[in-house]
Design a protein around this ligand. Structure first.
Ligand code: HEC
Length: 316
């Protein structure tokens, strides 16, 4: 009896959805953001947006809408990402990912209040997640709320002694307090775990400098010029969505682009001296784009840099 009623409800729902689609006004799909103007993206990227948007309109469920939000987020379309996550959260209020991603997006957009309440909501779902405590503490640090920053970062470190975001945040506070031994004691074990973490090298390098150890200062400052950045598994998964679109490119403009674009931050050729595959280059160039912005480097330019750096290694 119950099963029958269920089947009937599902059938009625399906019919209702089809009718809504036919009349072109599914109430959820109607509230999705319109596709933005694509200025810096290539055809490959644009077609990914069209696909994800069409799927979100068709399925109109939290998963497809949340994934559309991730794609917007990965390309730094903040308004569209925000609107998609909000809708996904409405449809699935207890789904952690849409809360977490929305919090991370607001943090990048410097929307402190919005990010704070989203991180607090995420902590209700995962109260013992060291990364969440660290990210919220780091947000307070950006917000110049130092005491709250410290308690939240410490909580992150108590839950995971070398949580990278928490350790870097506390290192920043210790630097402000000029507690150089404290910085070294905190960052040394972090570097054992994450030996290429750029910011960690910069903190200890500065501390050694003040303490008068010029050799260690020079070593860490040099390491800090290159190296890697912190990323969580969930953020890696999101950032990966923008990678495939720059795997195929024309290597010819590569050398000029390196000169004009990349030399702004990297003067040393050593930075390009990596024996890695093309996907690694694409991920790295996307990371640089997230730092410097899409208007700095278009998708086509990014794909050229990736192709050139990858092929150069093999033709050396
Ligand atoms: C806005 C400054 C900036 C610009 C512009 C920039 N980079 Fe970077 N790059 C960084 C910083 C900071 C790091 C270290 C932290 C990190 O890896 O995120 C870095 C790290 C790197 C690394 C090392 C990654 C690793 O894991 O070893 C490579 C390779 C690199 N950049 C290549 C490039 C290329 C190629 C360009 C031009 C398309 C470029 N960068 C433009 C700031 C920049």
């Amino acid at each position: 009896m119950v099963a029958k009623r269920l089947v009937r409800t599902v059938v009625v729902k399906r019919v209702a959805i089809s009718l809504l689609l036919l009349s072109g006004c599914h109430p959820v799909a109607e509230r999705l953001p319109g596709l933005p103007t694509f200025t810096y993206q290539n055809d490959d990227s644009v077609s990914r947006f069209h696909e994800a948007d069409a799927l979100a309109r068709l399925d109109a469920d939290a998963e497809s809408i949340g994934r559309l939000g991730m794609l917007y987020h990965a390309y730094q379309f903040h308004a569209e990402g925000r609107a998609s996550y909000a809708l996904a959260r409405e449809l699935a209020p207890n789904e952690y990912r849409w809360i977490y991603y929305a919090a991370m997006l607001e943090k990048t957009a410097f929307e402190y209040e919005a990010a704070e309440s989203l991180f607090q909501r995420a902590l209700e779902i995962r109260p013992d997640d060291p990364e969440l405590w660290a990210e919220l503490g780091d947000l307070y640090l950006m917000w110049a709320r130092r005491e709250e920053a410290r308690t939240h970062l410490d909580r992150g470190l108590a839950l995971e002694p070398v949580q990278p975001v928490a350790a870097l945040g506390v290192a920043r506070l210790l630097t402000l307090e000029q507690d150089w031994d404290g910085v070294i004691a905190l960052i040394t074990p972090l570097l054992e775990r994450h030996p290429r973490l750029s910011k960690a090298h910069k903190f200890v390098g500065a501390a050694y400098g003040v303490l008068g150890d010029a050799e260690l200062e020079a070593f860490h400052m040099e390491e800090g010029e290159y190296g890697s950045a912190v990323a969580s598994d969930l953020m890696d998964e999101l950032n990966e969505l923008a990678v495939p679109a720059i795997i195929q490119g024309d290597p010819a403009p590569g050398p000029d682009l390196l000169q004009v674009k990349c030399a702004r931050c990297h003067s040393h050729d050593r930075i390009y001296d990596h024996d890695q595959d093309r996907r690694w280059w694409a991920r790295t160039v996307r990371r640089m784009q997230r730092e410097a912005g899409w208007q700095w480097l278009t998708d086509d330019e990014a794909a050229s840099v990736v192709a050139y750096l990858d092929e150069r290694k093999r033709t050396d």
